[in-house]
Design a protein around this ligand. Structure first.
Ligand code: PAF
Length: 493
């Protein structure tokens, strides 16, 4: 795939549209013209599944899609989609075993191979900018994200939170198979899932028990890591608790996110890679608090200077730490206020004197230990994006997303020169700037306390040639691979 069609937003469906599709179409139409496809894909149905009786209602689908703001609805034939083989075309793409070993993949062999085969074909024909999917089929969403990466398609995958009836039942085209009695009973599925708390000692048995008590035939209950889809326990702060049951002969799936705390993101990386600007904007976009640990080290430095203590004298600094109370407060618009013992030092900590000494102060073990304790306490409930030196390694090793944000030395020198020029300062020779940055990296990576180091599980994002908005988008996507809208909704702007 080489070209995309402008801003085209694509919502693939199997028809029998309901209000869940409506939410997806409405969200997509805010970003550009929406094409909805309706194709009941034979390849994703097993031999004993409901292909023949799957609801087909093209006329009402057309009216609904239009009402929800779609620009067009496309209902291709099986021959158009599978010209070589029609209905019994074999899947041409295989999903990696790890992604389909659990949940629905384990009980519906070949289903996801059929889904990726059709979606790859649809994407090739439509070439949209964005592909929109519901989070209800979370495993499908993860697998289609894999597909887009695997085929290196220039398509952004957007997940939309599950839409539920007033009694909690997730909307699904298959709900119409339910008799009135079964429909009443079906509400027990979301209820049982929601009743399990993040700290429950044996959530799977508890869930299995309450689903059986409600009269369902339980197909599976599982707890997995939302990104890797591998079984997990309490150590994974945000996990997916998923269930498939039979309600009469109708198969229902649903899930809940078990959270032992709110999401936590750690952003690390060398100096001059634009971490602060990007982190602040990213935090605001997702309604997370921005924890600027650099500001905390600057605050200590400012305090040390106020007390007339030598920044290199670790022994003299240590006792000062007991008298120090640092508070960070997010202001509307993303700015941050920094208070030291109640005094607003937001501007003072950005002075050239503080800048010149912050590295020396931050290198003292006592300072690092004191601030690490404080940062861990700030992050214990989550809800933060923390940016700083050893955030993903020493402070929040259990962060849900760790990013090592970096740029080449040449790119950082270019940005630094631009910044100096814009602020009216003399701009050193480019080669000198590059040498200074390389030397700072060397010192930062080799120092004894908290050396600059990429955590094993951090994702490296090299931002050369990316403008700030593109970097923020990339971070949001990484976040959404791990944290569903349902678990942490994007605040409305
Ligand atoms: O979720 C669905 O409706 C289908 O699996 C999809 C993505 C349209 C592929 O046939």
């Amino acid at each position: 795939m080489t070209t995309q069609q402008g801003d085209l937003q694509f919502v693939p469906t199997m028809g029998a549209l309901h209000a869940g599709h409506g939410t997806v179409i409405r969200a997509a139409s805010a970003m550009g013209p929406v094409l909805v496809s309706v194709f009941v894909n034979p390849l994703q149905f097993g031999p004993d599944e409901d292909l023949a009786r799957y609801p087909r209602r093209l006329e009402s689908d057309l009216a609904l899609a239009e009402q929800w703001g779609a620009a067009a609805l496309w209902a291709p034939s099986a021959e158009q989609i599978y010209p070589q083989g029609g209905e019994r075309h074999p899947p041409t793409i295989q999903v990696p075993p790890g992604l389909q070993k659990h949940l629905c993949g384990a009980v519906r062999p070949g289903h996801f191979d059929g889904v990726v085969t059709v979606v790859a074909r649809l994407l090739d024909l439509v070439r949209p900018r964005q592909l929109w999917l519901g989070e209800k089929d979370w495993q499908q969403l993860v697998i289609l994200r894999w597909l887009v990466a695997h085929l290196a398609l220039p398509v952004i995958v957007q997940g939309v939170a599950t839409v539920r009836e007033a009694d909690g039942l997730a909307l699904s085209s298959r709900n119409q198979y339910l008799s009135p009695d079964q429909r009443r009973m079906a509400a027990a599925l979301p209820k049982a899932l929601q009743a399990i708390r993040g700290d429950a000692s044996d959530p799977l048995s508890a869930l299995r028990g309450s689903l059986s008590d409600a009269g369902f035939d339980v197909e599976y209950v599982q707890r997995v890591d939302p990104r890797t889809l591998q079984p997990c326990g309490h150590e994974t702060a945000i996990s997916l608790l998923a269930a498939a049951v039979r309600c009469g002969s109708t198969r229902l799936i649903d899930h809940a996110f078990l959270m032992t705390r709110q999401p936590l993101v750690a952003i690390d990386g060398p100096a001059g890679a634009g971490k602060s600007t990007v982190t602040r904007a990213f935090a605001e976009r997702l309604g997370l608090v921005y924890l600027d640990t650099g500001a905390m080290y600057r605050s200590v430095t400012w305090f040390v200077q106020q007390r007339g203590v030598d920044p290199s004298d670790g022994l003299a600094i240590e006792p000062l730490l007991n008298d120090l109370d640092i508070q960070l407060q997010s202001l509307p618009g993303g700015a941050q206020q920094v208070l030291v013992n109640g005094e607003d030092v937001s501007t003072a900590i950005r002075s050239p004197e503080v800048t010149a000494s912050v590295s020396a102060v931050a290198a003292h073990r006592s300072v690092r230990q004191a601030l690490t304790v404080q940062q861990k306490a700030m992050g214990s409930k989550g809800g933060l994006v923390a940016e700083g030196r050893d955030i993903g390694t020493a402070v929040f090793p259990d962060a849900d997303l760790k990013v090592f944000l970096t740029a080449t030395v040449a790119e950082r020198a270019r940005r630094r020169a631009l910044d100096l020029e814009q602020r009216g300062f003399a701009v050193p020779d480019r080669a000198d700037l590059e040498a200074q940055i390389a030397e700072r990296d060397r010192l930062d990576s080799s120092r004894e306390e908290a050396p600059l180091m990429q955590a094993d599980d951090a994702i490296e994002l090299v931002t050369d040639g990316m403008d700030i908005d593109v970097v923020i988008e990339a971070l949001v996507r990484l976040f959404r691979d791990r944290v569903a809208e349902e678990a942490w909704p994007t605040p409305q702007r």
